[in-house]
Ligand binder design. Structure first.
Ligand code: NDP
Length: 332
């Protein structure tokens, strides 16, 4: 076993005498499909992984209902059950899974330091970052009220349930355009709710949106409220809010899709790890390696393109294999 805990020795080195220090071989931060898959591979490779689950154990999938596009579940599975399955598999091979939030890191030395809840420092030879991304929401109360009952932030995950129905997509960027076009192939009608009088999306995506017959763009509209008895049945919108022409508009919809961007959960590592301008961690193409040796990234925190459970799981596998090879070379 490689896990060594020597709290007393380490405390002496630390300026804050109250902070507990623990040494581990492999630390995984985040518990979505990427983190659990990394844990399964790392545990089976005798790396004794320790995982901190973060604020939302199980990740974004725990907020979805039915998952029908993850291979291996021919009848579909709910998001929370799938994450429990992945967790059980990681635990079966010995992953040490703990509650706790990584708040700060120091990746300047050969041993990587991660602060957990500001009360403990974990020192690890390798760190796998699997902290995911958080979909942005408008911030209106009805988004919470109808979460999982008509409100979704992932058309690819949930669009199928609205076949033949009318839905709305909020946003004017490439994600909104892509999701509106995807949904238009499944549903009866898509309202694209755009707050300005132009789209931010690339020209080619704009053209596709405007050419798709069953997409109606509602220019200069913002969402005031959602309506419905237990599930979304409609939305009340402001047209030209804040102008002399302001008016309220009601639409009948069964699904309300947010596509106003995602925020990768990378703020706590940004002093050491290279990210793009949005905050997605940059990995060396074809690997899970970051700019810091021994620190790897997988899942949505490094993926602005696919953001699927199965691609996250695949990249979690890559991260564990890259980490294992890094340790083998280091100790050879
Ligand atoms: P963006 O930040 O590009 O766009 C967000 C959109 O949501 C904007 O139209 C913005 O409006 C709107 N918005 C933001 N907040 C609100 C709000 N509170 N109320 C109403 N509307 C709001 O995010 P995306 O996720 O679309 O794209 C992120 C990045 O990923 C981009 O660089 C994009 O090009 C890229 N991407 C590329 C794809 C591809 O190449 N296939 C596919 C998807 C994304 P406003 O314009 O007024 O600010």
């Amino acid at each position: 076993m490689f896990k060594v805990i020597n709290i007393d020795d380490m405390k002496a080195e630390n300026t804050n005498q109250d902070v507990e220090v623990e040494k581990v071989k492999c630390l995984i931060i985040g518990s979505g499909p990427a983190g659990y898959t990394a844990a399964i591979y790392a545990a089976r490779a005798n790396m004794s992984p320790v995982m901190y689950e973060g604020l939302q154990p199980g990740g974004q999938l725990t907020t979805t209902t039915e998952v029908e596009n993850f291979p291996g579940y021919p009848e579909g599975v709910t998001g929370p059950v799938m994450m429990e399955d992945l967790k059980a598999q990681a635990v079966r091979f010995g992953t040490d899974i703990r509650w706790g939030l990584a708040t700060k890191v120091d990746f300047s030395g050969p041993v990587h330091k991660v602060w957990i809840d500001e009360t403990k420092v974990v020192e690890s030879e390798v760190v796998i970052l699997a902290t995911g991304a958080t979909a942005k929401y408008l911030g209106i109360d009805d988004e919470k009220k109808y979460a999982g009952s008509g409100v979704s932030a992932c058309a690819t995950c949930d669009g199928f349930f609205y076949r033949g129905k009318d839905v709305a997509v909020v946003g004017g960027g490439d994600t909104a355009a892509e999701e509106a076009i995807y949904l238009a192939g499944l549903v009866n009608k898509v309202y694209l709710i755009v707050r300005r009088n132009e789209l931010r999306a690339s020209k080619v995506m704009q053209d596709r949106v405007l050419k798709t017959k069953n997409i109606e763009v509602l220019w200069e509209h913002q969402t005031k409220a959602l309506t419905g008895d237990g599930v979304v049945e409609g939305a009340i919108l402001w047209k030209k809010k804040g102008t002399s022409e302001e008016e309220e508009v009601s639409i009948k919809i069964d699904g309300f899709f947010l596509a106003i961007g995602h925020k990768p959960n990378s703020d706590f590592v940004k002093d050491f790890i290279d990210t793009d301008e949005v905050g997605y961690i940059k990995t060396i193409p074809g690997t899970a390696k970051t700019n810091v040796a021994g620190v790897f990234a997988c899942g949505d925190v490094q993926d602005s393109q696919y953001r699927q459970a199965v691609t996250a799981a695949g990249s979690g596998c890559m991260a564990a294999i890259d980490a294992e090879r890094y340790l083998s070379e280091k100790h050879s």
